[in-house]
Design a protein around this ligand. Structure first.
Ligand code: GDP
Length: 444
């Protein structure tokens, strides 16, 4: 995840001031020197750093801190608020046209992740907001761009409008909107052409699409890994074309995070979404406050809860809880549980959203890869219904058959069965403890 270096530096600085019962001007000066360096290391724009430090310093030596009963914590609160403000303050919403469809133009340089993000955004609009988008292939220059969007469309089961690469982007976009109206789509996402660099031809083409289709949003997709270049690109697109928001991609990489912290201040345009991977569900709404909280090691419980709500079936969760209490959990339940957690994204990323998780040493090296989960899945799927319900019947010859069926070694089958057995035992103990506790009127 991005921001790791910045997060480490800021958190160790904050640690020093946290418990202080008195904060002097020289404490603040010292802290600000460290914060300044941390931001510069993270590749934040120099002007942005200067103005940030000025604002925080003024507030930190002001009344609100000095008069507070917990000045150390108050300073941290100021840093968090200003960090949030730097990234745009409030979360900015996506437009909804008064008369559907809402038209969104996706623009950006080649390789930034524009086509991928177009697919991801359509997926998010449907999954989170129950919308019915139409994807439009209007990048007629990059070879394979149209195919790429069509493949993504198939993958997420979303229609893609295309007229090939011999028709002008303006005509494609106009006809796509007519089609969207006829088919009752409420969002139209136009994947426009990119170039390796900003040039006049590109801008002229985008301007003419803009004038003709009058989009409700123009989202610029930029690659966070390119740091200050991303900020410069955003600045130029905004000046020449006018954009309404930025999508920052590849924040799952080890970018230092400078772009995320500078774009809003330099361009005055908000970051609306962040890309966190290549898969179609790796796009999140950008929440400045939650991001500030993550950077300062305070966790991001809200995003975690949202992810759980979107991916974990409440009914099933309740059923499972009951099964746990009555120790009637089967290997099928176990598999179901596993796939729900898998839907929420990489486990190590999830754990990092827990407050204080960065302090748990070793967490950074935690690698729970999709492969391991897939192996467990394969093993369980190679069992018969009866075996899954009553693993006690799985003798040596059955184990060999399951290993063969799943293409995994017998030892792995043994390990899984043992783990499952132990989990059941543990559940039983917990339930017994609860029962005893209740009888004695003790803990619940
Ligand atoms: P375009 O030329 O701007 O349309 O870029 P593409 O959509 O073809 O993306 C370029 C590459 O970046 C592809 O390999 C994508 O899978 C990858 N990509 C896009 N967004 C992300 C992201 O958020 N994280 C990561 N790791 N890769 C991404």
């Amino acid at each position: 995840m991005a921001f790791e270096g910045l997060a480490d530096r800021l958190q160790s600085t904050m640690q020093k001031i946290r418990g202080k019962g008195k904060v002097t001007e020289s404490d603040v000066k010292e802290m600000m020197r460290e914060v300044r360096l941390a931001l510069l290391y993270a590749d934040v724009n120099l002007k942005v750093v200067k103005s940030f430090i000025k604002k925080v310093s003024e507030r930190a030596v002001g009344q609100e801190v000095m008069k507070s009963l917990t000045p150390g914590q108050q300073v941290i609160k100021v840093v968090k608020e200003e960090l949030t403000e730097l990234m745009g303050g409030e979360q900015s919403k996506i437009a909804v046209a008064s008369k559907p469809p809402t038209v969104i133009m996706m623009v950006g340089l080649q390789g930034a992740g524009k086509t991928t993000t177009t697919g991801k955004l359509a997926n998010l609009l449907r999954k989170k907001y129950n919308r019915k988008p139409l994807l439009v292939a209007a990048d007629i220059y990059r070879p394979a761009a149209i195919n790429q969007l069509q493949t993504l469309g198939k993958q997420i089961d979303m229609p893609v409008f295309s007229l090939g690469d011999k028709v002008s982007p303006v005509e494609i976009a106009t006809k796509a909107i007519e089609q969207a109206k006829a088919d009752h789509h409420d969002y139209v996402l136009i994947d426009t052409a990119g170039r390796l660099h900003i040039d006049e031809n590109l801008m002229d083409e985008l301007k003419s699409v803009k004038e003709n289709v009058k989009p409700d949003e123009i989202f610029l997709v930029v690659d966070a890994m390119t740091g200050q270049d991303a900020v410069n690109v955003a600045d130029s697109f905004n000046e020449q074309l006018g954009i309404t928001g930025v999508v920052l991609t590849k924040l799952d990489g080890d970018t230092r995070g400078g772009a995320a912290l500078s774009i809003r201040a330099v361009t005055n345009q908000p970051i609306k979404f962040i890309g966190l991977g290549e898969k179609m569900d790796a796009l999140e709404t950008f929440h400045p406050e939650r991001m500030a909280s993550r950077i300062l090691g305070m966790g991001d419980v809200l995003t975690l809860i949202e992810k759980a709500q979107a991916n974990v079936d409440e009914e099933k969760a309740r059923e499972l809880e009951k099964k746990m209490r009555t120790s009637s959990i089967t290997l099928d339940d176990f598999l179901e549980q596993l796939s729900q957690v898998k839907n929420m994204g990489p486990l190590d990323e999830l754990l990092k959203m827990m407050p204080g998780a960065n302090k748990m040493k070793g967490l950074n090296n935690l690698q729970i890869d999709d492969k391991q989960i897939a192996h467990v899945e394969a093993i369980i799927k190679s069992m018969t219904k009866k075996e899954k319900e009553d693993p006690d019947i799985i003798n040596a010859s059955r184990r060999r058959r399951i290993a063969k069926g799943s293409g995994r070694p017998v030892q792995e089958v043994n390990r899984l069965l043992k783990q499952f057995e132990e989990m059941k035992k543990m559940m039983k103990q917990m339930t017994n403890m609860q029962k005893k506790g209740k009888k004695k009127g003790g803990f619940k």
